[in-house]
Every structure is written in C-alpha cells, then in structure tokens.
Design a protein around this ligand. Structure first.
Ligand SMILES: [Zn+2]
Length: 40
C-alpha cells in the first residue's frame, strides 16, 4: 500500500494508489502548510 507522510507535521495517509497519495500530500500542503507549498 502506498503511503504518504507529511514531513512538516507527521500526518500520515495510506492510499490505494500512489497518485492518490501524492494528490493527498499536495492538497495537504496547500491547506495546512501554505508557506511550504509555495516554496515546493
Ligand atoms: Zn502536514
């Protein structure tokens, strides 16, 4: 199972597919760490 883990708050998400995990992480950064997202 692909998993994504946020380096900034430690939140983890297990997804059924790698693209879904990447999308979750992207959305998570944008919503929860907008400054990090801007610099990514
Ligand atoms: Zn986070």
């Amino acid at each position: 199972m692909p998993a994504a883990r946020c380096n900034h708050c430690g939140l983890q998400m297990i997804s059924s597919s790698y693209p879904k995990a990447m999308k979750w992480y992207h959305d998570h950064l944008r919503e929860n760490h907008p400054k990090v997202w801007l610099h990514a």
